[in-house]
Ligand binder design. Structure first.
Ligand SMILES: Cc1ncc(COP(=O)(O)O)c(C=O)c1O
Length: 467
């Protein structure tokens, strides 16, 4: 079953109201001040940027912390224990992703790091195929290779056909790689990963899945999706301790120069008689993990994998589908709101929804959600500039840095607002969000805002608006 088919199935399952409770996350009781007075519990609705840590992940990390020690480089008890923990974490992640015999799990810093690692490991003359709709982390690392950028498809079927056409035209003898996202960080829509993998393989190409937004919301099975590699980040998977993962086929990774040269990646280093040094590199995952590994980062990811599985990932997905429905139905009641979508209303999706509001600058709107309702969303182009500009219909040369507003409060918006949520989100947060959107659109902001250092902020000098 492809990621998209699986999501359709789970959306149907969500008719059952029994679904799981939100998982306990850190920060669930944090209160923040409102510009209009008083305090409110913070509604973290920016999971797509970074999700809060699961309480369970935090507890596991705290329980391990006193035993912290160096990995792969110590004779002491705690070093041995930490090394075991690190290697066991690799096995847990491999199981979580359904890795095949021979697949490697490399711990990296993030999805961006994982995809750059793979880009550095491409065989000579590799052709790369990537949709222009990708997050910059998937769009940009391949620029030293022969890259074909595919236009934004308007249906999942178009995506497969566009890819097939491009692959059919390629040099059939050279190596090729397709890079595709599992779930869009802008629209939340699921991409037809299994079908794209089949197309890639039918044309002798390989495929890497950017699962940064998929893995936190949906089980990912590398063998079942038949992708060659998967990349994701700990901080989006409720494990914000600085680690990410690249998992998949070992051959290209083994054949490549180490991503970083240094201790840990080298099996033996010898001095040559001519004065230089010879290095024999590891051919395991350690080849690309030079330096002291981030054992807490790796362990926290493994803890998150276990926590999601034990909580019942399918039930979490079903609950998230209910939240999605609540938000989408709420937004649909506001004619001024336009939800951004590539594949249309019926596309299966995860809890990531971007929109614009007629007559509002998105940065102004996001600032009012924060200051007047204690709701944290994101505004901007979400590090997917070509996609957001396509969806907004703005010209490619119009300004807009990642996260930076380019219009003052009240001016036409060239960026969007994104609300995103997941396993730790209580219903109250999305209900407050929908109510806030309706109030802001009907009544306007209750406070004045100004642009400061590129961000829209409450204007504490002018204060409340007359309205
Ligand atoms: C789809 C997608 N890919 C890659 C990334 C990059 O992730 P990171 O910043 O953790 O490297 C993101 C981050 O938002 C993302 O949404």
């Amino acid at each position: 079953m492809s990621a998209s088919t699986a999501a359709t199935a789970t959306a149907a399952d969500s008719a059952d109201p029994c679904c799981a409770e939100p998982l306990p996350v850190l920060g669930r009781d944090v209160t923040v001040p409102l510009v209009t007075g008083g305090e409110v519990t913070y509604a973290a609705l920016d999971y797509a940027a970074s999700a809060p840590a699961l309480q369970r992940v935090w507890d596991d990390v705290a329980a391990y912390a006193p035993y912290y020690g160096s990995v792969h480089r110590g004779a002491g008890y705690l070093s041995q224990l930490s090394t075991d923990l690190f290697e066991n974490s690799r096995r847990t992640v491999a199981e979580f992703l359904g890795c095949r015999e021979g697949d490697q799990v490399v711990f990296t810093r993030s999805t961006t790091d994982s995809l750059n690692l793979l880009a550095a490991a491409l065989p000579a003359d590799c052709q790369v195929f990537v949709f222009e709709t990708e997050h910059h982390a998937s769009l940009l690392p391949w620029r030293d290779a022969r890259v074909t950028y595919l236009n934004a498809p308007r249906t999942p079927g178009d995506a497969v056909r566009n890819l097939e056409r491009a692959l059919a035209d390629r040099d059939p003898y050279g190596p090729a790689l397709v890079c595709v996202t599992g779930a869009s960080n802008v629209t939340g829509e699921l991409w037809p990963v299994r079908e794209l993998a089949a197309a890639a393989h039918a044309h002798g190409a390989r495929i890497v899945l950017d699962a940064a937004q998929l893995a936190p919301h949906h089980p990912v099975d590398i063998a079942e999706l038949d992708v060659d590699w998967v990349a994701f980040s700990g901080h989006k998977l409720y494990a914000p301790f600085g680690s990410g993962v690249l998992a998949g086929r070992a051959d290209w990774l083994r054949a490549a120069e180490p991503y970083l040269a240094g201790g840990g990646a080298s099996r033996t280093v010898t001095r040559r008689t001519d004065g230089g040094v010879d290095v024999e590199w590891h051919d395991t995952a350690a080849r690309h993990e030079a330096g002291s590994p981030n054992v807490i980062g790796a362990y926290s990811i493994a803890a998150a994998c276990k926590a999601l599985n034990e909580a019942g990932f399918e039930a979490l997905v079903a609950r998230e589908q209910q939240l999605i429905q609540k938000v989408r139905e709420g937004l649909a009641e506001v004619p001024e709101v336009r939800v951004l979508s590539l594949f249309g209303d019926d596309a299966p999706r995860v809890g990531v929804i971007s929109f614009v509001v007629d007559g509002w600058n998105s940065s102004h709107f996001a600032a009012a959600l924060s200051a007047e309702y204690g709701i944290g969303v994101r505004d901007g182009l979400f590090c997917a500039h070509p996609l957001v500009r396509t969806l907004l219909g703005s010209a490619p040369d119009e300004p807009g840095e990642c996260g930076a507003p380019e219009a003052a409060p009240g001016e036409r918006s060239l960026n969007a607002i994104r609300v995103s949520f997941g396993a730790g989100t209580p219903d109250e947060h999305v209900e407050r969000f929908v109510r806030a959107v309706k109030e802001l659109v009907s009544d306007g902001a209750r406070w004045s805002y100004r642009t400061e250092d590129g961000r829209c902020v409450p204007d504490t000098d002018s204060g409340a608006t007359a309205a």
